[in-house]
Design a protein around this ligand. Structure first.
Ligand SMILES: [Fe+2]
Length: 307
């Protein structure tokens, strides 16, 4: 059973507890989220000018489209305003900036009708972020940059909150992935040969849940939540922003969602920056998580992976 909380005013401590139990939160756009979407739209519109970024896929050769995204996406991630606006979002959402760490916001695109579904516009198959070395206490924040519909958003697969799935996370190590693959994403235009942790058994994707918010409306969910990119049949490229947070005390205490099927190694914690001053999370914590493995998960939280 999961609950969707709309514009909840409960404290961040209680909210995180609910997220670790598989519940979802949806928020109306706050001023900093609107400003972050404005920034993304301005940058996208400049990059695709004179075309509308949502429709550019219909008039550009796929290689040109990829070349534009290959510049636009890192420019957005590293724009000095991006970090400040995330700080604003966290503050406006009741997070303690001294304890909440975030990673830089990503600008994502999902093109329509299979125009481009690999490499830089990777269409995410059903997955948990925790298969990709995310800590169990990771919280994902997702917001659309333009209006979305049910046909070009994202989907949750709630039955898998408590049901383990056989998956390829055992072969995934964060540091190794970064070293070998990420810088080459723009080269993977038509097919993607990078090794991703996929489900290794058929999933029942229905019933699935799709949440449609206004521009800048935010969906918060645990990194352990099974989610996927909706096959886009809307006719428009979807632009969205996502970023992740971890609360320092939870990371220290190894609190978070139960790990029911992830066996990856390494950690993404080294990417996280403190909300108050953008300092990196402390090295000893990253090292601790780096050396942790699935066998360290308390047995009370672990369910055998079916074969
Ligand atoms: Fe994800």
């Amino acid at each position: 059973m999961s609950t969707i909380f709309f514009d909840s005013t409960i404290s961040d401590d209680v909210r995180r507890e609910h997220l670790y139990n598989g519940h979802l939160f949806v928020f109306s756009p706050c001023p900093s989220a609107i400003a972050l979407c404005d920034l993304a739209r301005e940058m996208a519109e400049e990059a695709f000018a004179p075309l509308d970024p949502r429709e550019a896929q219909h008039s550009l050769p796929v290689e040109d489209f990829v070349a534009i995204l290959a510049k636009l996406k890192p420019a957005f991630i590293h724009h000095p305003k991006s970090k400040q606006l995330i700080q604003g979002i966290l503050q406006e959402s009741g997070c303690d900036l001294n304890k909440t760490y975030f990673d830089v916001p990503r600008l994502r695109t999902a093109t329509s009708d299979g125009y481009l579904s690999s490499g830089i516009a990777y269409a995410f198959h059903p997955h948990r972020d925790t298969w990709y070395s995310a800590p169990q206490c990771q919280i994902n924040w997702w917001l659309p940059v333009y209006e979305i519909t049910s046909e070009n958003g994202m989907a949750f697969h709630p039955r898998y909150w408590s049901q383990p799935v056989k998956n390829g996370s055992r072969d995934y190590n964060y540091a190794q992935w970064n070293k070998e693959s990420r810088k080459n994403a723009a080269k993977h235009i038509k097919t993607d040969t990078r090794k991703q942790p996929h489900p290794e058994e058929p999933l029942e994707l229905d019933p699935q849940l799709r949440l449609v918010t206004k521009v800048g409306g935010m969906i918060l969910f645990s990194g352990a939540q099974m989610h996927s990119t909706v096959p886009n049949t809307s006719g428009y490229t979807r632009f969205s922003i996502d970023f992740r947070t971890v609360h320092f005390d939870d990371a220290m205490a190894q609190r978070g969602a139960p790990n029911i099927d992830s066996a990856c190694t390494g950690t993404s914690l080294g990417d996280f920056l403190r909300g108050s001053d953008f300092c990196s999370i402390q090295e000893s914590l990253v090292t601790f998580y780096d050396n942790k493995s699935f066998t360290d998960v308390p047995t009370s939280q672990k369910i055998a992976i079916p074969h």
